[in-house]
Write a protein that binds this ligand. Structure first.
Ligand SMILES: Nc1nc2c(c(=O)[nH]1)N[C@H]1C(S)=C(S)[C@@H](COP(=O)(O)O)O[C@H]1N2
Ligand SMILES: [Mo]
Length: 486
């Protein structure tokens, strides 16, 4: 196990300097993500939320250590066979790294390092291993050696993490000034009623959902955005050229299809970028094209119905809430399509917009059974009080957020203890693609209480009470929580 740890740590360090995604743990984890059946993945995101990545990496490490332990037990009797098993284990990681979409031949290097360091350590440890009674002095030598190996492993893995962090820093990029900047957002209800989600979600607390274990470190000076496929003119832009076209800002609420009713996979931000419409007009799409495949730097593909990119202010975004797009959220550029769940319209680390047809091309999630066209369902959430909380009796606010992207929220209603639906007060309006905060004053009396919420869209649609799971087109239902007033 120690030998495997040191090997993986050394590989992690080497990968940090070259391509972090080629670290054996991430290469295997990424392969697991791509191969996991949809129901299992849906369960994982639903159960673990944005901790799903940490849990996957932990599981890969745990399984690796178990297999390494088995190899170690074998190695005690037949060291050659034990070493061979360890090499076999690393070979799996190497194969995984080479088969990741967008991988290059050099991605096998970290695994080669893992093999060399792992087998070398195993041989050395086996040589110093004590054979006699617990009082044998060689035992101390072995324990000391083992300690040194463990420390070296921690140091190398830590150094790898640090290097990736340092490489991920984005400096000296200035966002362009847009021609018609939006006015500052008004103060939200959260200023007066603590517990309600901030009107604008800060970048660092914005939810993150994607299939990457290591965030892509794209060099924006060499990166280009391509528009190709069924177009009259193929286009290609450098980052600076795109900045010159970045003329619009939009307030858009992004939602993940895996968000459960009352869940946290939703965030609201001000995006700055190039209208997709502008790019499409320049390229001249063929009238036969009906979908746009947006392809990221690792060849991950999302598909968006073409009309959704032209009939609303969809953006190739370079900025988020006044800063350069953070790496976690897609630097250098990402797609943002108002009204569609992220998996059909919010491609991060965008590299290509390809005009094509649904008949000809299939995207990552479509192949896994998810909906091809997935408008965000009208929904609302209670932020305060928290479910199952105990709160003090007296006057307080029940509040939260509601969204009906591309339609707009007309009203939010609250039901207390199964009584009639009461109208909540809505917070400021930042357009139909942005969420609305809401609150209702409540005289909380001692005892247990049930609180439910529903939203009504500006087109008259009421949020449905019919429960649906996230797969394949988004969850539905009404959130009802229980709180105790003491
Ligand atoms: N390249 C890439 N883009 C992606 C994804 C992904 O896995 N890879 N996930 C999508 C999904 S499912 C969602 S909900 C949004 C989330 O965007 P965020 O992480 O910035 O909140 O990104 C979308 N864009
Ligand atoms: Mo998502």
């Amino acid at each position: 196990m120690l030998a495997a740890c040191l090997g993986m740590a050394a590989a992690h360090l080497v990968a940090a300097l070259t391509n972090p995604q080629a670290s054996p743990v991430y290469a295997v984890g990424g392969t697991v993500i791509d191969a996991t059946p949809t129901p299992v993945k849906e369960w994982a995101v639903r159960t673990f939320g944005t901790a799903d990545k940490a849990i996957l990496v932990g599981s890969v490490l745990a399984v690796t250590l178990l297999l390494a332990a088995a190899a170690g037990v074998v190695a005690r009797r037949r060291s050659g066979l034990g070493t061979a098993l360890l090499v076999g284990l690393v070979a799996l990681a190497g194969a995984a790294a080479l088969h990741r979409p967008g991988a290059s031949a050099s991605d096998v290097v970290p695994s080669l390092v893992a093999a060399a360091v792992g087998t070398g350590t195993l041989t050395a440890l086996l040589r110093t291993r004590p054979r006699a009674a617990p009082t044998d002095p060689s035992r101390r030598t072995f324990l000391l050696g083992a300690g040194v190996v463990a420390l070296a492993g921690v140091a190398m893995a830590g150094a790898g993490q640090w290097i990736v962090k340092a490489r991920a820093r984005i400096s000296d990029i200035v966002l362009p000034r847009v021609t018609a900047p939006l006015p500052d957002l008004p103060a939200g209800l959260d200023a007066k009623h603590p517990g309600i989600s901030a009107f604008r979600t800060p970048n660092r607390s914005f939810y993150r959902v994607d299939t990457k274990l290591a965030v892509p470190l794209v060099d924006h000076t060499r990166w280009r955005l391509h528009v190709d496929g069924m177009v009259e003119r193929e286009l290609s832009f450098s980052y600076d050229e795109l900045r010159d076209l970045a003329v619009e800002e939009h307030d858009i609420t992004l939602t993940c299809v895996s968000n459960t009713v009352g869940g946290k996979l939703v965030g609201a931000a001000r995006w700055l970028g190039v209208p997709v419409r502008t790019l499409l007009e320049q390229a001249g799409p063929s009238p036969r094209a009906d979908q746009v495949l947006s392809i990221d730097v690792d060849d991950f593909r999302i598909s968006t119905p073409l009309p959704a990119l032209t009939d609303r202010p969809a953006l190739v975004a370079l900025g988020m809430n006044g800063s350069v797009l953070p790496r976690e959220h897609g630097f250098p550029a990402r797609l943002v399509t108002p009204g569609l769940y992220g998996f059909v319209g919010a491609t991060k680390w965008l590299e290509t917009l390809r005009l094509t047809t649904y008949e000809r091309d299939e995207a990552y999630w479509t192949r896994r059974g998810w909906a091809t066209d997935a408008p965000i369902k009208l929904s609302s959430r209670i932020d305060t009080p928290r479910p199952l909380a105990t709160v003090a009796a007296g006057r307080r606010a029940i509040g939260g957020v509601a969204w009906a992207q591309h339609v707009g929220v007309a009203a939010v209603e609250v039901r207390l203890d199964g009584g009639p639906w009461q109208s909540a007060t809505l917070g400021p309006d930042a357009g139909v693609d942005y969420w609305r905060q809401w609150y209702l004053a409540w005289d909380a009396t001692p005892g247990k209480h049930q609180i439910a919420v529903r939203a009504i869209g500006q087109d008259g649609t009421e949020q449905t009470a019919v429960r649906a799971s996230s797969f394949p087109a988004g969850s539905s239902g009404i959130q009802e929580i229980v709180v105790t007033v003491a």
